[in-house]
Design a protein around this ligand. Structure first.
Ligand code: ZN
Length: 302
């Protein structure tokens, strides 16, 4: 989510509150621990050691959308069509991690995000029924990874399961930068006001290290917005950014990136309509397919 300056608020995370109190000038990650306002605290994320781990790894072949099926090569089809991402490297950062809540001291330690101090990570948000953002992010990332590999890309992930802690957001940026991908995407879902709907694309703001990729990231962001509008039923955010686009200068992943990169808040987990979509495997596949289409479009024009 995109609210700023909020931290872990559940009783289990009192130490985080203390830390937040003494470091009020620092910023939170893209999605904070809870979605409620100070006056209406969100439900605590319960300790469910297995609830946040996902089931079977999604398979790219399962119920592939029509657009993707059309890319399946016929005999004699040139490789460029059969594998439109052959030779490309794509960074995929599924936000948060399924057990971040178990180690608040680690998750709340401060890192330098290129512009200011920020917490290492947060737990992320969740739906009112307790479906965690970390789980959503990871499932979409797996669907996307399968699509990318099918299309010939090499995929670099910043985490490999949904039952770990971290890594910190600056470490995620380092993982991506060191792999020298052609493009990278950070996958999140927001915890906005219950009445608000829709997705938002967060884009980097020039800060020195990322200067060379600002324009490319903006172009990629437009490709992402177009692909999501074309490929899913999720509307542009009604409360975040302008027409689904928001420049952000306080996120490590965007501040530190050396490659074209945007962060997608795929919807608002605190909105009942969005939550129904975000928790469905069908929609998760569609979002992944839309991101895949955006990546192909972006790299096709480079
Ligand atoms: Zn998030």
């Amino acid at each position: 989510m995109t609210d700023r300056g909020r931290f872990l608020k559940t009783p289990r995370h009192r130490s985080a509150l203390v830390l937040a109190a003494i470091t009020s000038s620092i910023v939170a990650s893209a999605c904070s621990a809870t979605a409620g306002s100070a006056a209406t605290p969100a439900p605590a994320i319960s300790a469910r050691p297995h609830a946040t781990s996902i089931g079977a790894t999604p398979r790219a072949s399962a119920r592939r959308p029509a657009a993707a099926r059309q890319k399946t090569p016929a005999a004699g089809t040139p490789r460029a069509v059969a594998e439109p991402l052959a030779g490309k490297i794509v960074g995929v950062d599924p936000g948060h991690n399924g057990r971040n809540y178990t180690d608040p001291a680690y998750i709340n330690h401060l890192i330098w995000n290129g512009r200011e101090w920020e917490t290492c990570n947060t737990t992320g948000t969740e739906t009112d029924s307790g479906y965690t953002e970390a789980r959503f992010n990871f499932r979409v990332a797996l669907f996307l990874r399968a699509d990318l590999r099918r299309d010939g890309a090499r995929v670099v992930m910043t985490r490999h399961n949904d039952h770990g802690v971290g890594p910190c957001v600056n470490r995620r940026a380092q993982i991506i930068n060191r792999a020298h991908p052609d493009v990278a995407i950070d996958i999140h879902a927001d915890g906005g006001p219950a009445s608000g709907r829709g997705f938002a694309v967060l884009e980097p703001v020039s800060d020195g290290p990322n200067d060379k990729v600002i324009r490319a990231s903006e172009r990629f962001g437009l490709d992402v917005r177009s692909a999501i509008l074309a490929g899913t039923s999720m509307p542009e955010s009604s409360y975040d950014g302008v027409h689904g686009i928001e420049p952000r200068d306080n996120l490590a992943g965007l501040n530190l990136t050396r490659v074209p990169e945007v962060l997608i808040e795929c919807g608002n987990m605190r909105n009942a309509t969005d939550a129904r979509l975000l928790t469905s495997a069908r929609f998760q596949r569609r979002i992944a397919s839309a991101l895949e289409a955006a990546i192909i479009e972006f790299l096709r024009n480079r």
